[in-house]
Ligand binder design. Structure first.
Ligand code: ADP
Ligand code: ADP
Ligand code: ZN
Length: 225
């Protein structure tokens, strides 16, 4: 089998507010990949009131990490869907050592491998500012920010023309501290895991959205070939 026939598996790693979702949506269009956000999948499960959603709700509101069991069940289901065959951008997964090992096993079984694990590096202060000003279009999910990314016409989504916007319940000062602590305790150690596996790439995510996209495109061009 040729290398080209393997679907790309790109991981975006980074603390809350690093820009994973913003960049994943751009890269998805640019490279024809499918963004899989465990945060979005979990919020959909909460909204639908499924068993997994009911268990995850309080944990997400407190800023903790949802159990590996629930996250793996959700991601396993999603990765089996037909539309991901061309390749995926994993946004916010894996977030623990257990999830990283489960992903390695899942890919090995499917004869796939990680194309690149890209760490979006931002400092803690920037992350708090990004999360506290974040809002999204209620219709298409496009992300915006009170200071850093406003729609061209105030109150109207650039992408779909929608006029309904929403803010996440967990984007508040109390929860942000817990989410940052969870990132440092459980997720940051994965940087070493991916480095040892030879797939780690680091991107300076302190820059504006455009320059960060440019760095990512160059990393992806190198990794996907
Ligand atoms: P994540 O998915 O990593 O939590 P988001 O992509 O939702 O992060 O970005 C968090 C907030 O910061 C959003 O409001 C987004 O518009 C804004 N943002 C994303 N990248 C940048 C950047 N490079 N500079 C400034 N603001 C950014
Ligand atoms: P952000 O990157 O901005 O923190 P996400 O939308 O990725 O936000 O995640 C929101 C919340 O969903 C997390 O704080 C956590 O409670 C839960 N979550 C998302 N992905 C995972 C995961 N892979 N493992 C455990 N919990 C997760
Ligand atoms: Zn929209």
């Amino acid at each position: 089998m040729s290398e080209l026939s393997k679907p790309a598996v790109v991981i975006l790693l980074g603390p809350p507010g690093a820009g994973k979702g913003t960049q994943a949506r751009i890269l998805e269009e640019q490279f024809g990949l499918v963004q899989l956000s465990t945060g979005d999948l979990l919020r959909a499960a909460v909204a639908a009131g499924t068993d997994a959603g009911q268990k995850a709700k309080a944990v997400m509101e407190s800023g903790g990490l949802v159990s590996d069991e629930i996250v793996l069940e959700i991601i396993n289901d999603r990765m089996r869907a037909a539309d991901v065959a061309q390749g995926v951008i994993l946004d916010g997964f894996p977030r623990t050592k257990g999830q990283a090992e489960a992903l390695d096993a899942m890919l090995a079984e499917a004869g796939q491998e990680i194309t690149a694990a890209i760490s979006l590096e931002v400092d803690d202060a920037a992350m708090v500012a990004r999360v506290s000003g974040r809002y999204t279009c209620g219709m298409c999910g496009e992300g915006y920010h009170d200071s850093f990314k406003q729609p061209a016409v105030a109150g109207v989504c650039d992408k779909c023309g929608g006029t309904n916007f929403k803010r996440r319940a967990d984007d508040n000062a109390d929860t942000v501290a817990a989410r940052l602590a969870a990132y440092h305790a459980d997720t940051a150690p994965l940087i070493g895991h991916f480095d040892r596996a030879g797939v780690l790439r680091r991107v300076d995510a302190m820059q504006d959205i455009g320059p960060v996209t440019a760095q990512l495109i160059s990393v992806m061009d190198g990794a996907i070939g």
